[in-house]
Design a protein. Structure first.
Length: 635
């Protein structure tokens, strides 16, 4: 899903892109290529049948040339059944942590990067979050760099956007991927059911990268293997002599020697544990694991790199915490230094940059408040100087400009002694009072916006405290909205936590119940904000997932109801759109079955027509025709 999504949903498999893939067969599978099930297990649905022409006697009750008569003479679903898109090429990872991984390229675009929201995730700190887009169209494959930090290289030359040729090698960080066109793919990866490639240990098929590597070794050695055979015979003889000598010299003992894991294996295990902790932002534990990996394997390059990255994240976290503390205490200069120490390569560099902007805003607002205080005390010279100081920070700050204008007006009036001028002074005082009231209203608006911003940042406790403080205001225009938002937040928080947890655990019904409640309260706090949209997207996914479960259980009316709800929330939801299309195709098939038996078994035909009406949109042809045929049967 796209994915503001809540942490916890992470997949590096490009074939798993949404909750709908957990159950049911691949809706694009055809007879030539068997459908594969999702991770939840095999579907109970029978395999799809081949479309065949239905030859029956003409129905004398149907009018000649009618649309229904044509549907009986030939099954229209067989011609319109979608065929699975075949790969038009592959990317094979030949270097890096993902070595051996094969990425099929079909028509459309995929994004490669470090983020879990990409179609293909590469665990490599040298790879940007969204690094590269690969587009396949009409058999032509092209790549486009998405503004990555370390760049994209094609055959060792840095590129921004270009087309690929068979055999091209693409470098992203520490990963190298080789492109193989369709003609090469058929030679490297035969279709399921064909002759299997020579197996390696354990009977598993040899990965494409191993096939290429062995082919290169064969070309290096040459086709004549007689020299290799002689060397192998000599090696076997030497190994036999050494084994005999070891057997004679070994001490007599009945205790078998236990061999523990090698240093390299220990280092690999520690590195894997460190990567898990790094993703969880448990940097202290991750650092211990990476250092343990280095102690067992000093040449472990990935551990060396991640030790540096982990220390960088620990330092960034400490600097940001120190900066926030200094900012809260009004020490703007030191806060600016703390935020500025965050390394540009840190994952939190963007957060530090945003904090620097907050420091600037807090500083000029503090100076402006001081100027307003001096103005109220009628210390006009110092107030003017302080207002000008604000303008050096924000050249078009309206409050400072108005303050200078007010000071000038006061000085102009001071030069006059007439009654008219004294009246003007009184009016100016009224304007100042109105201006002060306007400023107070602006402060209240900013306070509400600040509380809503805390809500958008998922700082729910701090947001609730801010709303409750505003609720204490004596002004009903302030306390009323703040109280409503505080009550909504009290109900939203537990529902949000329970709903997201249930969604992560695939407890669909509980997730829908809690997320529906959370969505309603999030809309009351800030409609269309980040939190509201994330809850809405997750709720849409849950409706779509529940619809898929119902569809696989042949409860088509329930599936239609849930997919309809998902599309009401997000008309562009791909899984829901595909599900509705499947329901429509199945509804057409059931309608044809009912139509063919309507004269032989009226009750069965009526049941099927009702089923089509319950599972298809009211404006669809199967729905409209089923209602017409049902009325004919009931007459």
């Amino acid at each position: 899903m796209g994915k503001t999504s809540r942490p916890g949903h992470d997949s590096t498999d490009p074939n798993i892109s949404s909750p709908d893939t957990f159950v049911g067969p691949d809706p694009t599978a055809v007879d030539d290529e068997p459908a594969t099930s999702g991770p939840a297990g095999d579907s109970d649905l029978p395999p799809p049948r081949r479309g065949k022409a239905v030859h029956l006697k003409p129905d004398h009750d149907a009018p000649t040339g009618s649309e229904d008569a044509t549907a009986v003479a030939q099954n229209p679903l067989a011609a319109r059944r979608p065929r699975a898109r075949k790969p038009q090429g592959r990317l094979i990872v030949i270097t890096g942590k993902e070595e051996g991984r094969v990425i099929d390229l079909r028509a459309g675009s995929i994004v490669l990067g470090r983020s879990s929201e990409c179609d293909v995730t590469l665990l490599d700190i040298q790879v940007s979050r969204r690094h590269l887009e690969v587009t396949t169209r009409n058999g032509v494959v092209s790549i486009r760099d998405l503004g990555s930090g370390n760049g994209t290289f094609l055959n060792e030359d840095q590129v921004t956007e270009t087309e690929l040729n068979d055999g091209d090698e693409i470098a992203l960080g520490d990963h190298v991927l080789r492109y193989e066109a369709e003609k090469t793919v058929t030679a490297v990866a035969p279709k399921a059911g064909g002759k299997q490639r020579r197996s390696g240990a354990g009977g598993a098929g040899v990965p494409p990268v191993d096939v290429v590597r062995r082919a290169r070794q064969k070309r290096t050695k040459g086709d004549d293997g007689s020299k290799g055979k002689k060397i192998a015979v000599a090696a076997v003889a030497v190994a036999g002599v050494v084994a005999a000598a070891v057997f004679v010299l070994q001490p007599e003992t009945d205790t078998p020697q236990e061999v523990g894991p090698s240093d390299a294996e220990v280092a690999s295990r520690e590195f894997g544990l460190g990567m898990t902790k790094f993703r969880e932002a448990d940097y202290e534990e991750a650092l211990e694991r990476f250092e343990a990996a280095m102690e067992n394997n000093p040449e472990h390059r990935e551990a060396q790199r991640y030790i540096v990255a982990t220390r960088r994240e620990i330092a960034a976290r400490e600097d940001i915490a120190e900066g926030e503390k200094l900012l809260a205490g009004g020490n703007f200069e030191e806060a600016r230094r703390a935020f500025g120490r965050v390394d540009p390569e840190s994952l939190r560099h963007g957060e530090a940059q945003a904090a620097l902007e907050r420091v600037d805003e807090a500083e000029w607002r503090s100076v402006l408040a001081k100027a307003d205080e001096l103005f109220e005390e009628e210390n006009l010279d110092e107030a003017e100087e302080t207002y000008r100081q604000v303008l050096t920070m924000v050249s078009d700050q309206e409050d400072a400009l108005r303050g200078l204008e007010s000071i000038q007006e006061i000085r102009d009036r001071a030069r006059q002694t007439t009654a008219a001028q004294r009246e003007a002074a009184r009016r100016a005082q009224q304007r100042r009072a109105a201006e002060q009231q306007r400023r107070e209203q602006e402060r209240v608006r900013q306070a509400l916006a600040s509380a809503q911003a805390l809500f958008e940042q998922a700082e729910f406790d701090r947001a609730l405290a801010a709303f409750m403080e505003l609720q204490q205001s004596s002004n009903p225009a302030i306390s009323g909205p703040a109280g409503e938002k505080a009550n909504a937040l009290r109900s939203f928080h537990p529902a949000y936590e329970r709903g997201m947890s249930a969604a992560d655990n695939r407890q669909v019904e509980q997730a829908i119940s809690q997320l529906s409640r959370a969505e309603r309260h999030a809309r009351a706090i800030k409609a269309n904000g980040n939190i509201h949209r994330s809850v809405l997207e997750r709720l849409t996914d849950m409706y779509s997932l529940q619809a898929r479960v119902a569809f696989n259980g042949r409860r088509f009316a329930i599936a239609y109801d849930n997919w309809s709800k998902a599309l009401d929330m997000n008309p562009n939801h791909e899984q829901a759109k595909r599900g509705m299309a499947e329901l429509l195709r199945l509804g057409e098939e059931i309608y044809l079955e009912a139509y063919m038996v309507r004269t032989l078994n009226r009750e069965e035909a009526a049941r099927k027509f009702r089923q089509v009406i319950a599972m298809t949109p009211p404006d669809s042809q199967p729905h409209i025709r089923s209602k017409e045929r049902l009325e004919e049967i009931q007459r």
